[in-house]
Design a protein around this ligand. Structure first.
Ligand SMILES: Nc1ncnc2c1ncn2[C@@H]1O[C@H](COP(=O)(O)OP(=O)(O)OP(=O)(O)O)[C@@H](O)[C@H]1O
Ligand SMILES: [Mn+2]
Length: 546
């Protein structure tokens, strides 16, 4: 009996052991067959999809592949945010759900269709207007006629007003010159660079990837910025990331207390080009190693002294400037990588001096005072009689700038600059766009006041704006496409979707404002709303293509 009992309990024990082993083996097998999923904190669905998208081929694949940020990028910034910047592996690889894959595919299709829209826009006759050859005096810098060796300047190039370049081979298309120099040599009286500039890809690729050999603070201005130099003597203006892409500027903050945003500098370059202006210096995004590419190489002792390590171990610095240069407003790497915008530097002021103009619609930069334009409805009629707005294209050039600012909601246009060489008859430089794209849920109608008060717009601008409101060239879509070519798109889209949506809403407001002006003009017979800059082309085949 006892023997039978022992035998039965042994059998039970053995069966239990076998069952346990079997269950363990089954568990091990099942866990091995499940694909490894990343353990990152979840990203918003849009962000994830865009990051996936960035790995697919598109027009600027070469730029993107060169600007691949270093692996193992980081987590935990000083404000306690956690974000995985770049996942090396596609999350889909090895076993995603069908839904996720379809979502990614939809995003790819959308980007492909947006890129086609952008191409169609840039191929449109309104962007390819016939242009007469550029007279000698309309180049900012020019080739100096060959003189005796001893008479040659030691400078490599000189301002056109000083007599020209040293070497006859120096012109904007010469293959032997670095792209930044070709960019300088290509600046004319009417634009910073030509439409479909063959130099643009290499120029932006170089500032996004070249070794940084020097980083010093730029004097002047209110917020921290650095001038970075490259081995081929090119230079770029660096502005660091201070705000997350989808963060909206606090509504209680006045425009003059707002931070500057690196992505706004980049997006402004793209939008300005899409509007057909070409008046913003090319700007690209870059992940910069704050230690290797700034701290270790800077000769700026004052800057070097402001580096510190944050409580979570990120490397931060704050520099010296009149606002936001303190420990509380430091910019921090994660732990070393910092997103930034790099804008190609314009020719040195000694070669191409610039003139700064106070905007007639400048804000008061006070919490209580109103500016004259805010209280006088007829303010523009005075401006229209005042030099330089009373002649040439200055007023419509200014309105072009106003439209750009309204679209990107930039309230900080206190001044603008022109190249001195061209006098009053030239384009306006659209520099300093860091305070744009701060809010997407609110439009700022006061930015459009000059258009509302002056009721004047260039025909070519108006036609392009109408084009951008059509579904086949839709402004939000072509901006999405254009921004996807920036190297930082791999980290996250340069503009969050609500900012892209705001563009189309604001474009409608601009076009409605022009329509209202035209109705008023019909009623009271005032000056024509449309400034006809296309009149000379009226009889050409160009008009037939519109
Ligand atoms: N790409 C560029 N190349 C050369 N100089 C530039 C470039 N962009 C801006 N600058 C010059 O640097 C100055 C300061 O730049 P920016 O206006 O962007 O900085 P800021 O700190 O916002 O200045 P502020 O507070 O006065 O508006 C500008 O007045 C302009 O003359
Ligand atoms: Mn500024």
């Amino acid at each position: 009996m006892a023997w039978r009992m022992r035998h039965r309990s042994r059998t039970i024990c053995l069966s239990l052991v076998f069952i346990t082993i079997f269950l363990h083996l089954l568990l091990a097998f099942v866990s091995l067959s499940i694909p490894r999923l990343p353990c990152d904190s979840p990203l918003p669905p849009g962000t994830r999809a865009f990051r996936d998208l960035a790995r697919f081929n598109h027009t600027s694949e070469s730029i993107n592949s060169l600007a691949e940020p270093p692996p193992g990028v980081l987590e935990g910034d000083a404000r306690g945010h956690r974000e995985t910047v770049v996942d090396k592996e596609l999350p889909a690889r090895g076993g995603t759900t069908v839904g996720m894959r379809r979502h990614g595919a939809n995003q790819t299709e959308r980007l492909e269709s947006d890129l086609l829209k952008l191409k169609a826009l840039f191929d449109h006759p309104l962007y390819n207007m016939p242009k007469p050859s550029i007279p000698e005096d309309d180049w900012l810098l020019k080739v100096k006629p060959k003189g005796k060796q001893s008479e040659r300047s030691s400078l490599m190039w000189v301002s056109a007003s000083q007599g020209g370049y040293d070497d006859v081979q120096w012109n904007s298309s010469s293959e032997s010159h670095p792209p930044w120099l070709r960019f300088h040599l290509g600046i004319t009286r009417w634009e910073l660079y030509p439409h479909l500039d063959p130099n643009m890809e290499l120029l932006t690729q170089q500032i996004a990837t070249q070794r940084i050999v020097s980083a010093v603070q730029k004097s002047g201005g209110t917020q921290l910025k650095l001038v970075m130099s490259f081995p081929n003597y090119g230079q770029a203006l660096f502005k660091p990331m201070k705000q997350e892409r989808d963060e909206e500027t606090n509504y209680n903050l006045y425009y003059f207390s707002d931070f500057e945003r690196h992505n706004a500098e980049i997006a402004a370059f793209h939008l300005d080009r899409i509007l057909g202006y070409r008046r913003v210096p090319p700007a690209v995004g870059r992940l910069v190693d704050v230690v290797k590419e700034i701290k270790d190489i800077t000769t700026d002792r004052k800057l070097a002294k402001t580096f510190f390590s944050s409580p979570v171990g990120n490397v931060c610095f704050y520099g010296l400037c009149s606002y936001y240069c303190s420990t509380e407003h430091a910019v921090c790497g994660r732990p070393l990588n910092l997103e930034a915008s790099l804008a190609v530097m314009l020719p040195d002021l000694s070669l191409a001096p610039r003139r700064s103009w106070r905007s007639p619609w400048r804000r008061s930069y006070s919490r209580s005072k109103l500016a004259k334009w805010e209280t006088e409805p007829d303010y523009c009629s005075t401006i229209k009689k005042t030099a330089p707005y009373n002649k040439g294209t200055r007023l419509v050039d200014f309105i072009d700038l106003v439209i750009l600012d309204f679209l990107m909601s930039n309230m900080d246009r206190h001044h603008y600059e022109t190249f001195e060489k061209f006098g009053n008859n030239t384009f306006l430089l659209h520099l300093d766009n860091g305070r744009a794209f701060g809010r997407h849920s609110k439009d700022e109608p006061s930015i459009l006041t000059p258009l509302r008060q002056c009721c004047r717009i260039r025909r070519s601008t108006w036609l392009r704006l109408r084009l951008l409101s059509l579904p086949q060239y839709h402004i939000s879509d072509v901006m999405r496409a254009s921004l996807s070519t920036d190297p930082l798109h791999k980290v996250a889209p340069l503009l969050a979707e609500p900012h892209l949506a705001a563009l189309s809403r604001r474009l409608k407001t601009v076009l409605d404002t022009v329509s209202r002006c035209q109705e008023q003009q019909k009623e009271d017979g005032r000056e024509k709303v449309i400034y006809d800059d296309l009149d000379s082309l009226r009889n050409s085949t160009f008009f037939a293509g519109l």
